[in-house]
Ligand binder design. Structure first.
Ligand code: FUL
Length: 484
């Protein structure tokens, strides 16, 4: 049954008058760093899957040494359709697969190495995991992304200039043969010791210069112009700085990109939450595994995160101006384990439940605010990310006409014109009095606040501080499941 909300009244209370009223054309004239089209497309994906699968799956390791025999890779029931179907059903928009992890084993039959599926017993060496995943993605309508570890503990040339040619040759294969790729994920980890073609030694590289990133990025751009490139320093999407899947209460999409390099030790502390005065648009992606490890370990079958934990992750990533990349350690059969599937399904049901009825949407909406042409406050209710309310220091008030109960507040900025809000306040009208619910900092693409069940006849929203005239695109209120 459709929930019918009481009549709502939205009004603008002018706090400081209209003297500083910004014209729509002026708000576009900004000096803020802005997202590219590929970053905007990526941001709307919000929630997508990660798969760690390799020889490590069969050796029960997290980081293979590089000397493992390809003979060990032998999934008995590999089914990429199962992975993609479960992800799709959970509302994920894409999947990123570890094409090559630190141990150097390739999940596709690369012509540049023998250390790949082509020398494994799986499908008598005729298989290609990436091709199978690309096909499943096509069937279910998910986007495909590829993780590629720059560090390679198998390759004899690792540390020498020749290895960079090897890496680019492999990227050429990966970014040419499998259709559209939405994200290329470069891991920042660089450990040192390895097999390195039998040398068994420690090899350190200069993380700033060795990979000649500029030219590697140019190759990615040439082959997959719509793909975002992930790395600690972006250039398009940055690491959130922890492996818990949590962004920060203050999360900027701006980064002082040129001060950062992949694998820098001080990254998490200094750069992970972004910077108000960052020079480039490099939004955060929060990565986390559904189990303690990234790879499958049978002893972790009963350590799968609960749907409560997964919902904390969801609210602390998607609800904090970050995307969520949730990892599945595919098992030795080549399947997402039943326990992981169950946790994912429970999480998906909770997401559906929490956001099923927008209390600002249903029912009649009456606008009392002075007309502001096409950029009035009614735009926050229209479910259209392309429209927005230009906030000229007004307070937005929504009157429900009767008491309602709610515990979530969802707000989005119009990020094609940047991230502008520095702080905001939400209040609830209770027994005729305004009471504060929350005073928070950044919004960005999406901010979702969780709080206790709150009864109120009205709410009001105020931007307290901002970089430039705030542009609010969407606002929603929900009564979600607060039980644990
Ligand atoms: C890290 C790696 O060392 C882990 O094995 C995993 O791949 C994680 C996503 O990134 O840097």
């Amino acid at each position: 049954m459709k929930y019918i909300a009481p009549v709502q009244i939205i009004s603008l209370l002018l706090l400081f008058g209209l003297a500083s009223c910004q014209e729509p054309s002026r708000v576009a004239e900004t000096s803020l760093p802005l997202p590219s089209h590929r970053q905007l497309d990526w941001q709307e994906m919000e929630f997508y899957g990660f798969v760690h699968f390799s020889i490590n799956t069969f050796t029960d390791m997290e980081w293979g040494l590089g000397d493992e025999s390809p003979e060990k890779f032998n999934p008995t029931e590999l089914d990429t359709r199962q992975w993609v179907k479960e992800m799709k059903d959970a509302g994920m928009k894409g999947v990123i697969l570890t094409s090559k992890h630190h141990d150097g084993f390739c999940l596709w039959p690369s012509q540049y190495t023998e250390h790949s599926v082509k020398n494994s017993p799986w499908k008598d060496g005729q298989g290609d995991v990436i091709a199978e995943l690309a096909e499943a993605c096509e069937e279910f309508g998910l986007k495909l992304g590829l993780y590629y570890s720059p560090w390679d503990r198998n390759h004899s040339d690792y540390g020498k200039p020749e290895y960079i040619t090897y890496m680019r040759n492999q990227l050429q294969e990966l970014l040419t043969n499998y259709g559209d790729i939405f994200e290329v994920w470069f891991d920042g980890a660089n450990g040192g010791t390895g097999y390195y073609g039998g040398a068994n030694e420690e090899r350190r590289v200069d993380k700033r210069s060795y990979y000649d990133w500029e030219n590697t990025y140019a190759l990615v751009r040439e082959l997959q112009p719509n793909a975002v490139i992930f790395g600690d320093a972006g250039p398009d999407v940055r690491w959130v700085g922890n492996e818990k899947g949590y962004a920060y209460p203050t999360t900027w999409s701006y980064l002082m990109r040129d001060s950062v390099y992949a694998g820098m030790p001080e990254y998490a502390e200094l750069y992970a939450s972004g910077q108000e005065d960052g020079t480039h648009w490099v939004p955060a992606e929060a990565d986390v595994s559904i189990r303690p490890g990234w790879y499958y370990h049978p002893e972790e079958d009963d350590k799968v995160k609960t749907s409560e934990e997964l919902m904390d992750i969801y609210y602390n990533s998607v609800g904090r101006n970050s995307a969520l990349l949730l990892n599945f350690p595919v098992d030795t059969r080549g399947l997402i384990h039943e326990n992981d599937v169950q946790a994912l399904q429970e999480m998906a049901a909770r997401i559906m439940r929490d956001f099923s009825v927008d209390l600002l949407q249903d029912g009649q909406v009456k606008i009392l605010s002075p007309s502001k042409g096409q950029h009035g406050p009614e735009n926050v209710l229209d479910n259209d990310m392309a429209t927005y309310w230009i906030v000229n220091e007004e307070v937005l008030e929504v009157d429900f006409g009767q008491e309602i109960t709610f515990n979530r507040f969802w707000v989005q900025e119009h990020i094609p014109l940047g991230q502008r809000v520095k702080s905001f306040t939400l209040e609830a009208k209770q027994n005729g009095q305004w009471q504060p619910i929350a005073s928070e900092t950044t919004i960005g693409y999406k901010r979702i606040l969780r709080f206790d069940d709150t009864q109120a006849t009205a709410i009001r929203f105020r931007v307290d501080d901002y970089l430039e005239t705030p542009l609010i695109s969407q606002m929603k209120v929900f009564l979600a499941d607060n039980s644990r």
